[in-house]
Design a protein around this ligand. Structure first.
Ligand code: GLU
Length: 313
C-alpha cells in the first residue's frame, strides 16, 4: 500500500513553500487512497522546539490536511536508530571518527562556499578498531562515518527523472552518528522511513542530494528502497528560497491574521497546474492533481501574491 509521510522539522515556523510541498505530499497519497503518516523530526539538538511542533500540526490541519495513525515523534525512537548505527559499525560499513567540524574544514584542500557540509577527506578511515578504541586512544569524543565507495549513486525521481551523485567526491564518508552520539539526520530518516513502512518520500528539492546518501544507507542496512518525489522549491522575487530568516511570511502569521486557508490552497493548487477558483479546499483540489501537470522548475512567489493572501479573509 502506498505509504507517504509528512516530516516537518520543528525548528521554525512553516511558510508558504512548506504548505505547497506538504499539499503535494497529501494529494499524492490521497489520490491513490494511500496512507499518509506524520513524523516530527525533532532531532536537531537545541533548535527543535515543542512549540514549533505544535504550530506545525496546527498549521497543517488548518490547511485542511489530515494524516493516519498517531503522530510519531522522532526523538521517542532513538533506540532503533542507535541499533542501526551499531550494526553499521559492527559490520565494518562505518568507522569511528574523532574529527571536529573545524578539523574537517581545515583538512579540505579548497574551502567550500555556503553552508554545505564540508567534504570529509577520510582522516580517521582505518585508524581505529572501534568507537571505544578511538575514544580511549585519543581522549576525544567519537562519531561514526559511513564508508562510502567511489562511483555514482542514481536517484530516480518520480518527477524529474534520473540524477547521479558521486557521494564520495561530493561529501566523502558522511556522519551517521555525531560526536555527541546524537544520530545524524540521514540515518534517522532512513531508519524511520523503514520503521514506518514508507514507500514514497515526497519532500522539497533541497533534499535531492541527501537522497543519494540515504540510498547508500538503505543498502548498507539491507532496508527496502523507497520512491522519491522532490518538489521544486518556492523562491522569492530575488530567487532565494523561502526561509524564516528572510522574514518570509509564516503560515502562523497568515492564520492569526485571518487569512482563509482555502486561498493558500488555491495558490498552491494553481502553482501545481490544478485549475481552480480563488478559494478551494485540499480535498476538492485533489481531483485535479496529476504529476504530469506539476512544474519541474522552481516557482516564484511575488510580493503581490503574498499581499493578496494576507488580505484573503
Ligand atoms: N524534516 C526535514 C525538513 O523539514 C524533511 C526530511 C525529509 O522529508 O526527509 O526539512
Amino acid at each position: 500500500m502506498y505509504t507517504g509521510r509528512l516530516a516537518p522539522s520543528p525548528t521554525g515556523l512553516l511558510h508558504l513553500g512548506h504548505a505547497r510541498t506538504f499539499l503535494v505530499a497529501w494529494w499524492r497519497a490521497r489520490l491513490g487512497g494511500g496512507r499518509l503518516l506524520m513524523r516530527l523530526e525533532d532531532l536537531d539538538g537545541p533548535r527543535a522546539k515543542p512549540a514549533m511542533a505544535q504550530a506545525a500540526l496546527t498549521d497543517l490541519r488548518w490547511l485542511g490536511l489530515d494524516w493516519d495513525g498517531p503522530d510519531y515523534v522522532q526523538s521517542t525512537g532513538l533506540e532503533a536508530i542507535d541499533a542501526a548505527a551499531r550494526r553499521l559499525e559492527e559490520t565494518g560499513r562505518a568507522y569511528a571518527c574523532v574529527c571536529s567540524r573545524g578539523d574537517v574544514r581545515s583538512a579540505q584542500s579548497a574551502p567550500q562556499l555556503g553552508d554545505a557540509e564540508p567534504r570529509y577527506v577520510g582522516t580517521c578511515r582505518g585508524k581505529y578498531e572501534s568507537m571505544a578504541a578511538a575514544v580511549a586512544e585519543t581522549g576525544r569524543a567519537a562519531g561514526l562515518r559511513l564508508r562510502v565507495a567511489e562511483g555514482t549513486v542514481t536517484v530516480q525521481d518520480e518527477l524529474s527523472g534520473e540524477h547521479r551523485f558521486d557521494v564520495q567526491a561530493e561529501v566523502g564518508d558522511f556522519l551517521v552518528a555525531k560526536r555527541d552520539r546524537a544520530p545524524a539526520y540521514q540515518l534517522a530518516v532512513v531508519v524511520d522511513d523503514a520503521r514506518q513502512g514508507v514507500t514514497e518520500v515526497v519532500r522539497g528539492e533541497d533534499l535531492l542530494a541527501s537522497s543519494a546518501r540515504q540510498i547508500l544507507l538503505q543498502q548498507a542496512l539491507g532496508l527496502p528502497p523507497v520512491r522519491y518525489l522532490h518538489v521544486p522549491l518556492v523562491l522569492d522575487e530575488e530567487g532565494r528560497r523561502l526561509a524564516k530568516r528572510h522574514d518570509d511570511l509564516s503560515l502562523q502569521e497568515l492564520r492569526e491574521g485571518g487569512t482563509d486557508p482555502r486561498a493558500i490552497v488555491a495558490w498552491a493548487a494553481r502553482s501545481c497546474g490544478i485549475a481552480c477558483g480563488p478559494r478551494v479546499t485540499a480535498r476538492v483540489a485533489l481531483i485535479g492533481f496529476s504529476l504530469a501537470k506539476l512544474p519541474r522548475t522552481p516557482i516564484m512567489l511575488d510580493a503581490e501574491t503574498v499581499d493578496e493572501l494576507r488580505r484573503a479573509r
